[in-house]
Design a protein. Structure first.
Length: 296
């Protein structure tokens, strides 16, 4: 009996050692699989995240398009329809709304006790965060693709063709990292869904409207133009819009070192990467802080 007990104990110890020796990529993979399965099993989440951007696309193009289309021709030229101008903004809005949903999902895990179970496992904090983020990026790519397809059906034109479609999706993915990180950090500090939403909502909508999303910056008041210079939404929208229109559209940073649309895309990507790096580090710190407080 003693030998059997020792063998059973050795077997358990080996399993613990095996779990404790998980590789970083193994942690990322496990976290990714968990969140992607949760995403697949919740199609209603996709529908709800798409509902508001679709309404914006229809309402702004059908109701406001006829009103602003004429005055905007002075800034855009006669050849650009408002729906074509609007489509990149809606794609970025999708990335923003889905990023907001990332924090909500995390708070639900905390409420259900699942987050604590994951954190007391041998999995690394950074691997858990990256796996979750990768699953969110897949969802964002799918949703932006749906919005772009709908916009094309409504008459929008993407000057750069199919390559432009993938380019807009990649810009949306990069932009979404900012809000995935931001809402993850807020979720970890509040650990309450209502509190998180009450903090994030007043941030999201001012950022969206005080940018180049719905109107050219040149047509907006000077204080809005100043705010837009420091607004990550401006850089996400301008990068996506330059791809859709096939033109250099950025006005907040004057860049002439490259050619054509790259004078918009390259500085925009650099700014978005800086935001994503800073907020990503903040999110990892928030998760580590939340984990240590749970242990205590």
């Amino acid at each position: 009996m003693s030998d059997l007990g020792d063998k059973s104990l050795d077997s358990k110890n080996q399993k613990v050692i095996k779990r404790a020796s998980n590789s970083f990529f193994g942690d990322v993979s496990a976290s990714f699989k968990r969140w992607i399965l949760k995403f697949i099993r919740s199609p209603h989440v996709i529908a709800m995240n798409l509902l508001q951007p679709i309404l914006f696309l229809f309402l702004f193009s059908e109701i406001f398009g006829g009103v602003v289309g004429g005055p905007m021709s002075a800034f855009l030229g006669e050849s650009v329809d408002y729906i074509t101008f609007l489509l990149p903004a809606i794609a970025i809005q999708v990335a923003m709304m889905t990023g907001q949903g990332s924090g909500i999902g995390l708070v639900q895990d905390i409420d259900e006790g699942l987050f604590e179970k994951v954190m007391v496992s041998p999995m690394g904090t950074t691997g858990v965060f990256l796996g979750k983020t990768l699953s969110e990026l897949i969802r964002i790519a799918v949703q932006i693709g749906i919005i772009l397809g709908l916009g094309i059906l409504l008459g929008a034109e993407i000057a750069t063709g199919i390559a432009g479609v993938f380019g807009v999706i990649l810009i949306g993915i990069l932009f979404s990292l900012i809000f995935v990180s931001l809402t993850t950090a807020i979720a970890m500090f509040t650990k309450d869904q209502e509190a998180m939403i009450s903090i994030v909502t007043p941030i999201v909508f001012p950022l969206l409207f005080l940018s180049s999303a719905f109107l050219p910056l040149e047509s907006l008041p000077s204080w809005v133009q100043t705010f837009a210079t420091f607004n990550p939404v401006t850089y996400g929208v301008d990068a996506a819009r330059s791809i859709v229109l096939g033109e250099n559209v950025m006005t907040v940073i004057e860049m002439t070192s490259f050619s054509g649309i790259w004078n918009t895309i390259i500085p925009a990507i650099l700014v978005l990467l800086a935001f994503a790096f800073i907020l990503g580090g903040f999110a990892v710190f928030a998760i580590q802080r939340g984990t240590s407080s749970e242990v205590k």
